[in-house]
Design a protein around this ligand. Structure first.
Ligand code: WT7
Length: 644
């Protein structure tokens, strides 16, 4: 296979923060002498109230990871206070509203005031170090204030994406035993209202421990009010003092919980801690986007996902950057929106997901070419493999063949970038996340768990601890061990498959477990199946992913009905509604196929491999079906495939 290689642009080769030689030298140091390397970085990037006594201590067999032991710091001080001497008046956050006429610039000084006041409100409501606070927010500045206010007083935030349903919100609040919720009356996306407070009310009906719900007024829409529990955010903040003593946190004190999907059961609360997480978020933000003083940086993610945590809030603000936060969607009012925002605010780096690139590519070049985009210097991609066609379009049409694309591979669990190019150091190959970041040691493992040497393919695992590694699954360390550390003892297992080419470049081939990636959103097939079987007419359901032009993967559900139940379009609608209610709109099946029977082994295990092949229309590679209890069901499923 010949691949097109895009060399580092001459200008970046000359003056990027990290060039090829420096990458190689630093990478070597980072794996040969990690403690020295990371200690130097921790001094350079963060401000410590007390220095650590031990750089790192880990035992991957037991899923035990710790960095900068004995060190003390505060995240809000690192993201705000320490910048004030030099950049109190500099914009910390550019907020761009859903409506193009709506925007706001928030300086570091204003950010400080907002965060301290809210932190005082939380303290007054009894929130102490270590307590969990849930955020269910639209993309408004208050979401950042709330995250940072938690860090100021040592509370652990758990941000739940605003697209999740009341049921999903309730489960997450109760799993982490959050006692305070921060939300808004309604969100606004693409001109449509999102009933956050109404959803929160439904969730809180089954969350007996939540005593306080702070509500930001975003739209002024009609909402119900519980006088014992609900407080208007603005009223409370305006009555609170402007100064708030930070809580000095141990480097290993919990910083946040973020729920993510796995192959089985309920979503897991991935726990990140303070020092190591902040260091790697800051360092990757600076080097991967080659961030220079005064630049405007824009990550289009939602703060409800880890990308928003690390690359809208913590990484950029720790670096004293100007971070753009966008409330809307890339196609509203039309498909030109992103590029208009780039021109309006002079955006220098733009970081988005392949699904957005493909959607905008489908809308046509004219939406892009009518804008200038001259300020753009670096482009980024995250969340799923970017297909070379979308990569080329992003590079050629959006970037005018001037801006390199940083295809960053990482996960909620890794906290920050793990494999990624660096603009001045690494030549690009469309579709490859290229090479490991400093300190990251990826390996490919074969079916026996042996490391694959040189070019080859296998399960992607990481051989040594890195600072922003997850520390545990909240409340269930055994589940953390079982999920990440027991498949290949001594390694962190990612759940992804990958290929390494002769140049040592990595190509992610997709999940090797039962996890879907729909528009960059991670979802367990088991979660969707559980939602479907809740319907009284459903006997059984099996969900797989299939290739989808825009979403990357679509959700394909095979549904077996109860005796006597009749398939109908109404029933399909009801099942889709069931998924929306249990999980959220992101979990809507794209295709439902009625399946009188599912392909099972004689021991009753569903053979998903066959279901995936049928869903993908790859009928000539079904493989061996002779071990099935009833091979006849396969013919029926093939015969009744849903056209698309
Ligand atoms: C999974 C993690 C990391 C932030 C957003 C998603 C897939 C992520 C890439 C990439 C190929 C990617 C992997 C990974 N993924 N980035 N650049 N190339 N695949 O975080 O929800 O925890 O999902 O997303 O499959 O395991 P997440």
């Amino acid at each position: 296979m010949t691949e097109q290689v895009y060399p580092v642009p001459a200008e970046l080769k000359r003056d990027a923060l990290i060039d090829k030689d420096r990458y190689q030298a630093l990478y070597r140091q980072s794996v040969e002498d990690p403690d020295t390397f990371w200690a130097e970085q921790a001094e350079e990037f963060l401000t410590w109230q007390q220095k650590w006594h031990t750089v790192s201590k880990s035992d991957l067999n037991r899923g035990e990871v710790a960095w900068f032991l004995g060190g003390k710091l505060n995240v809000s001080v690192n993201c705000i206070d320490r910048h004030l001497a030099k950049r109190a008046e500099q914009t910390a956050i550019i907020w761009e509203g859903d409506d193009p006429a709506d925007d706001q610039l928030i300086s570091y000084q204003q950010l400080h005031t907002e965060v301290c006041r809210l932190a005082n409100v939380l303290r007054e409501r009894g929130v102490k170090k270590g307590d969990r606070v849930c955020l269910y927010m639209p993309m408004i500045p208050e979401a950042c204030y709330a995250m940072l206010a938690c860090t100021r007083i040592g509370a652990v935030h758990s941000v739940v994406f605003g697209g999740f349903s009341p049921d999903a919100l309730k489960d997450r609040i109760n799993d982490a035993d959050c006692q305070v919720l921060i939300t808004a009356d309604e969100g606004l996306r693409g001109g449509k209202k999102v009933p956050l407070k109404a959803n929160a009310d439904k969730a809180l009906a089954n969350c007996p421990n939540v005593h306080t719900c702070l509500v930001v007024k975003r739209t002024g829409g009609d909402i119900d009010w519980n006088g014992k529990r609900d407080i208007w955010y603005r009223d409370a903040v305006e009555a609170a003092p402007e100064q708030c003593e930070p809580e000095w946190m141990d480097a290993e004190d919990p910083l946040f919980i973020l729920y993510t999907s796995g192959s089985t059961g309920q979503p897991k609360g991935v726990l990140h801690t303070t020092g190591g997480y902040l260091l790697q978020a800051a360092m990757t933000h600076k080097y991967v986007f080659d961030y220079r003083e005064g630049e405007v940086y824009w990550c289009t993610a939602d703060v409800g996902w880890v990308t928003g945590h690390s690359y809208i809030v913590y990484g950029p603000l720790a670096n004293g950057a100007t971070s753009l936060m966008f409330e809307g969607v890339p196609t509203y009012p039309d498909a030109s929106r992103c590029w208009q925002v780039v021109d309006k605010h002079g955006v220098n780096s733009f970081y988005t997901a392949p699904t957005a690139v493909r959607a905008l590519m489908g809308a046509g070049d004219e939406f892009v070419t009518r804008t200038s985009r001259k300020s753009l210097r670096i482009l980024g991609s995250v969340g799923e493999p970017i297909n070379p066609e979308a990569w080329e379009w992003y590079y050629r049409v959006v970037g005018d063949e001037r801006s390199p694309i940083m295809d960053t591979w990482w996960q909620t669990e890794t906290g920050a970038h793990m494999m990624t190019p660096l603009p001045g150091a690494i030549d690009l190959k469309p579709g490859s996340c290229t090479v490991p970041f400093f300190g990251v040691q990826p390996v490919l493992l074969d079916a026996e768990g042996n490391e694959v040497e040189g070019a080859g393919e296998g399960s992607l695992a990481i051989k040594a601890s890195w600072p922003s590694q997850l520390r545990t699954v909240y409340g269930d360390h055994q589940r953390c061990i079982d999920t990440y550390y027991s498949t290949y003892p001594g390694y962190y297992f990612t759940g992804d498959g990958a290929r390494r080419d002769a140049d040592g470049y990595y190509w992610i081939t997709g999940r090797v477990d039962d996890v879907l990636n729909v528009s960059g959103h991670r979802m367990g097939t088991a979660e969707v199946e559980s939602a479907l079987v809740l319907h009284e007419q459903v006997a059984e359901a099996a969900v797989v992913g299939y290739p989808h032009d825009i979403k990357g993967q679509g959700i394909y559900a095979y549904v077996t009905l109860m005796e006597g139940a009749e398939p109908s379009d109404e029933l399909k609608k009801a099942l889709i509604q069931q998924c929306v209610q249990e999980i959220g709109a992101i979990a809507k099946p794209d295709i439902i196929q009625w399946a009188p029977g599912l392909p099972k082994t004689r021991s009753g295990k569903i053979m998903r491999r066959i279901l995936r092949k049928i869903a993908a229309n790859e009928l000539d590679s079904l493989g061996d079906t002779s071990t099935l209890a009833d091979p006849g069901v396969v013919d029926d499923l093939i015969g009744n495939r849903v056209n698309r």
